[in-house]
Design a protein around this ligand. Structure first.
Ligand code: NOJ
Ligand code: CA
Length: 548
């Protein structure tokens, strides 16, 4: 397995709006991040992925970009950003940005020009088609609900938006659009950015618009994934993109590409892949069908285990993945994967951590995960900020669910669960800000916060630190990073076990994914990580161990 600098790192994801507020306006900002760099260094991470900091219309919290070259005023300015890059570098930390190449904001100057002037060249920067007597060109549903098409005034001309109507899709068929994007990326690389996360990158090519889908819900529309994700030939764009940008600088790239089939993984990673790594989404949506939050599955541990192991076997000889259990689009992992709320505790949190942290790939930690932050239940739909939560709520109602049921679906899956402010202490506003934050704090912050956690003998933060040290600076580092992955065949769906192995060590990672004691028929000599004080041949509830 080829050695690469980015394989050996641990990354941390920051949602800038909710990380740390430096100037008491209730909104997290770049200076706030700078003030916490020592904390992140102490944790041991090497890379920070920042969710979008560009000037944006905030319809989708930064993912509707008005100007790729400007920084959102609330977050700071270019000086702040340069300082962040410098200060992070001093601590051995690199900065990664989010690249939103599939769409812009409807307030981007290109789009405004396109609308204001039908003869302008910017018209072809977007995807605009004639409708049918004011009806959209087809019946595809956008990812945030409603038709994927929006009529321009009453012109019978429609633009395509894969996400919200405030996020018109760029036309990648137009070479000028592509060149504009490459130029912008290179400009950020020159500013000292070490890598990028590529938003919705497998959506940049669309299939033939004449195709109507079979309606699959009460709104009479059909899910668009089939038509806008992984469309044949999309990899040609990837290749041109990287050749014009990242390749020249040994830049780290990690894709957000959901729904890539096994046969196509090679377009992304490995010898002929176009990116450094891809986020592993194989278990992320195990609880819902087609990302419709009201279509809940009854997933089992058996299915979970199968998916988890298979996911590793699919890539182990192919390429590199970015491993994660939380991000800004997902509920907190412990709430998603531990179905019984009474079992949400230090042990289940650290067990989930061990499970994903030691497979092959670069681990990403989402802010707050390292102190065991949890979902936040809201009592009414008015309390939500996330555009997708509101849309999913409306869709659930349309499907015939009651408002209580709809609220329950949204509470389980809302992206706001991960977007509540970071809980630094039990002081006012959780130490995030001196004023009331832009989004409601999780009410549990008096009990769950960094200061409290660090004082406890069951500190989740300390456990993450231990995991990071083991991976980065122990004698097992090479085995953990580059060693082979092999599942350990244990006939119990509630035990997830695998080995990481090379010529020096044979590490066994064993996780009890249950609150029951489990007998373990496996001999070992030395325990190198354990979320309990002792280890025996009986695994304790949610015990996780790494042994030799
Ligand atoms: C994926 C991002 O992670 C999500 O937050 C965003 O809403 C969509 N892409 C659209 O950019
Ligand atoms: Ca602020």
């Amino acid at each position: 397995m080829e050695q690469k600098w980015w394989k050996e790192k641990v990354a941390y994801q920051i949602y800038p709006k909710s990380f740390m507020d430096s100037n008491d306006d209730g909104i997290g900002d770049i200076q706030g991040i700078i003030s916490k760099l020592d904390y992140l260094q102490q944790l041991g991470i090497d890379l920070i992925w920042l969710n979008p900091i560009y000037k944006s219309g905030t319809a989708d919290n930064g993912y509707d970009v008005i100007d790729y070259y400007e920084i959102m005023e609330q977050f700071g300015n270019h000086e702040d950003f340069d300082k962040l890059v410098r200060e992070a570098k001093k601590r051995g930390i690199g900065i990664m940005l989010d690249l939103i190449l599939n769409h812009t904001s409807n307030k981007h100057k290109w789009f405004l020009e396109a609308l204001n002037n039908p003869n302008s060249k910017y018209r072809d920067y977007y995807i605009i088609r004639k409708g049918n007597n004011h009806r959209p060109p087809n019946n595809w549903r956008s990812i945030f609900g409603g038709s994927i098409w929006q009529e321009i005034g009453s012109s019978n001309e429609f633009y395509l938006h894969s996400f919200a109507k405030e996020q018109p899709d760029l036309n990648w068929e137009n070479p000028e659009v592509r060149q504009e994007l490459y130029k912008m990326i290179n400009w950020w690389i020159a500013r000292g950015v070490k890598g990028f996360r590529l938003d919705a990158i497998n959506c940049i090519k669309k299939s033939d618009f004449s195709e109507q889908g079979i309606p699959d819900a009460a709104d009479g529309l059909c899910n668009c994934f089939k038509y806008i994700r992984e469309v044949d030939g999309v990899e040609e764009y990837y290749k041109e993109l990287r050749q014009n940008t990242f390749d020249k600088y040994d830049c780290l790239t990690v894709t957000e590409a959901v729904g890539v089939e096994k046969e196509k993984l090679g377009n992304y990673i490995g010898e002929n892949g176009n990116f450094s790594m891809m986020f592993n989404f194989d278990i992320t949506y195990i609880d819902v069908i087609n990302e419709d939050w009201f279509r809940r599955t009854n997933w089992t541990k058996k299915e979970f285990k199968q998916k988890f192991i298979e996911s590793q076997l699919n890539i182990k000889n192919l390429g590199w993945q970015a491993q994660f259990i939380e991000n800004h689009d997902q509920p907190r992992a412990v709430n998603k994967y531990i179905k019984d709320e009474t079992q949400i505790n230090y042990y289940s949190k650290t067990m989930l951590a061990v499970m994903y942290f030691f497979v092959k790939g670069t681990p990403f930690i989402y802010q707050g995960q390292e102190i065991g932050m949890e979902n936040f239940k809201r009592k009414s739909i008015d309390e939500f900020d996330d555009i997708n939560s509101i849309s999913q709520y409306k869709r659930a109602i349309k499907e015939g669910y009651t408002s209580e049921q709809a609220l329950e679906f949204i509470n389980k899956r809302s992206r706001d669960n991960a977007r509540t402010p970071m809980q630094w202490s039990d002081e006012a506003n959780a130490g995030f800000s001196k004023v009331q934050p832009w989004i409601k704090l999780n009410e549990n912050y008096k009990n769950i916060n960094l200061r409290q956690d660090q004082k406890s003998d069951k500190s989740i933060f300390n456990f993450y630190k231990q995991m990071i040290n083991l991976r980065k600076t122990s004698k097992y580092s090479n085995t953990i990073i580059y060693g082979d992955f092999e599942p350990i065949d244990i006939q119990d769906d509630e035990i997830i076990a695998y080995r990481r192995k090379d010529e020096n060590y044979d590490l066994k990672i064993i996780c009890n994914f249950s609150n029951k004691e489990k007998e373990l028929n496996l001999k070992y000599e030395e325990v190198i990580l354990n979320n309990y004080n002792e280890a025996s041949n009986i695994l304790k509830p949610y015990q996780a161990i790494i042994v030799l």
